[in-house]
Structure formats: C-alpha cells, structure tokens
Ligand binder design. Sequence first.
Ligand code: NAP
Ligand code: F7E
Length: 337
Amino acid sequence: MKTAFITGITGQDGAYLAKLLVEKGYKVHGGVRRISHPELGRLEALGVAKDVHIHDFDLTEPNNIYRVIRDVAMDEFYNLAGQSFVGASWELPIYTSDVDAMGVARVLDTLRTLRPETRFYQASTSEMFGLVQEVPQRETTQLHPRSPYGVAKVYGHFITMNYRESFGMHASSGILFNHESPLRGKEFVTRKITLALAKLAHGGVDAVQLGNMDARRDWGFSGDYVEGMWRMLQQDVADDYVLATNTTTTIRDFVNYAADALGMDLAWDGEGVAETATDRKSGKRVVEINEKFFRPAEVELLIGDARKAREKLGWTPKVDVRELAQMMAKSDFDALL
Ligand code: NAP
Ligand code: F7E
C-alpha cells in the first residue's frame, strides 16, 4: 500500500485527489491549516472524510512542514495548497508569494533533507502564460504572467524543475488549465455563475454581477485533472505536463451553457459595462456588469495543448465545457431544492 500526502486537501482538487487515491488503495494523509471555522465539507461531499489522516499544516511555517515530512512515511507528496484566487493576489501580493512561491521551496528543501526519494507534484498553472506568446499554449511556451499569483506560481514551477535538475528528485509540475466542479470555490467565475443562476431558477431576483465577459478560458473538470496528477507521479522519470481540453470559451458562453441547463433562454443586449442578459421566458435580468470585477491586468485568452500528456501519460479529459456547466448548474439547483 502506497502512502500519499496532499497539501490543500480541503480544497477542490485536494478532495477529488483524496477520493481517487483512497479508491486506488493508498493511505492518504492531508494537511489542513488553522482557520477559525475548520471543516472538511468537500471531503465529506465526496464520502472520504473518514478515510484520510489529517495533520495541522501551513506552507508558511518551516518547522511545521519539517515535522510533518519527518513523521509521515510518504511515497508521494502532492502540493495542492495555495492562495489560488487570482483576483485577490493584487491585494495580497506578499502573502501570495509566501504561500505560492516560498511555500514550494520550503517543502522541496525539507523533502530533499529528509525524504529525497519521495515523488513530488507541484500545482503549476496556465496563469503563468498570462499574456500568451503562443496559441495554443504548451510546455515550451514562453511565460508572461499577468498577476502576482501568476508570478508567484512561476517561481514554484521553476524551483520544482531546479530541484529535479540539481538533486535528481522525482519532482513534476502539472501546468493545469482552469478546472472546475460542483465543489469549486464560490468566488471563481464558473461557480459564481451557476450558483446565481440556480437561485434565479428557484425564484430569486438578483442578477449576477460580473466583470470581463470576453475573457476566454480552457475549462475542464477537476475529477479528470487529478487523474493526470497521479499519472505524472507514476512515470519512471519526472517531467512537466500541460493538462487542458484544447477548447476555449468566453465567460458569456459559459453563462449561456449554464442558463441552457436550467431551462433559461438568454437575450444579450448592450456592450462593455452596459451589457446585460435577460431571460426571455421569465423576463428576469440575469447578468449585469460591475466594474469592480475587472482586473488590473487580464489574461484574455487561454487554450492548452495537452498532446504531451496524451502521448506520454495516456491522459485525456472526459468532460467537455457544456457538460461541466450543466453538471455545476444542476448540482447548485438541486442543492437549493
Ligand atoms: P482551492 O480550492 O482554493 O484550494 C486551495 C487549498 O489550499 C485549500 O485547501 C486551502 O485551505 C489551502 N491553503 C491555502 N493557503 C494555505 C497555506 N498557507 N497553507 C496550507 N494550506 C493552504 O484550489 P484548487 O482549485 O483546489 O487548486 C489547487 C491548486 O492548484 C492550487 O495551488 C491552485 O493555485 C492550483 N491550480 C488550480 C487550478 C484550477 O483551475 N482549479 C488551475 C491551475 C492550478 P483552506 O481550505 O483553509 O482555504
Ligand atoms: O476567472 C473573468 C476573470 O477567477 C476567470 C484559478 O483556479 O484558474 C483560476 O484562475 C475569468 C477571468 O479564474 C468575473 O476576469 C469575469 O478572466 O474564475 P476565475 P482564473 O483567474 O482564470 C487558474 C488556471 C488558476 O490557476 C487559478 O488558481 O473570468 N471574470 N467576471 C470573473 N472572474 C471572477 N472570479 N468573478 C467575476 O465576477
């Protein structure tokens, strides 16, 4: 039986990965940071909260990291913890770099000291491509991050590669494009949309307030992407891989897909901050634009080329963006019944 340690086990990906590894027969340990209202809601939703061993763990605390790595005899370490909300990273640039950049170095250096044979996964991101230098983006595309989050993740990415090259550690980065699920945080645009539309479908009256409707994202399903993470650590040689669907969709079209799933028929009107969407069937206003959701610098287009993951890992995403929007909208609708 293998043992895995997952940082960020309370997050979206942490929960799906914990479920996958429990099903594969792993002994799963996870790190949870101290917050005032601790909960394992996502792990409970996936039915694995009782199957995982929880440890106090914070990426900002070197001796805490040291003790956990000393005490848990782990074969695989998945570093999924992070300040993951791009929008917050302009307000929290120092904190974001402490967690998303220095946190990776703290873990890698402790593994190097105590358990250099442990296989390591780093949660890198398509946000590193930012102002994209190539379409579609792949492992070799030049990076140009557009947010403090993206900049911090570039450090995490290269320090992972550096420990692999310097010390021969089995350290891999997954450059993952946006992936979502019914367990996605409510501040991310997909979940914000499906939750707001589900409330409207149940008789609510509040339109969802959104920012840049023209941004394009390559959206997949978290459950598919954690399988790719696991496959990376099963390779004889560590490497970096893009995981993506190779389809790009505007925020506006994601709204349309979620609305379709809930039986709405949207009419779009106006441009820029005056743009609105109204449901032709109920007459309700569904979308309004609010400038506060625009970002100081935007990532306008993301579309990934996951050919390397397909050829070397045998990985392909199973859920497309329409199915994803439908899955999330229906889940939010049913939860309100
Ligand atoms: P998420 O739902 O926001 O989960 C983040 C996790 O990190 C949570 O468990 C959170 O704990 C934990 N965390 C935050 N700060 C921490 C700290 N200082 N020490 C220890 N734990 C801390 O994010 P996700 O969507 O699952 O993403 C997982 C990772 O992949 C993140 O690193 C993210 O940046 C990266 N990523 C995500 C995507 C995506 O589209 N989802 C794409 C590429 C990369 P709390 O529960 O206490 O908040
Ligand atoms: O924004 C636009 C926004 O916050 C997507 C994280 O998992 O994926 C995620 O980062 C797009 C942006 O995700 C609103 O301007 C419009 O263009 O859902 P998001 P993200 O920034 O792409 C990457 C790969 C990660 O690594 C991150 O951890 O949607 N947008 N209106 C909005 N976004 C939000 N949040 N809220 C709005 O009202």
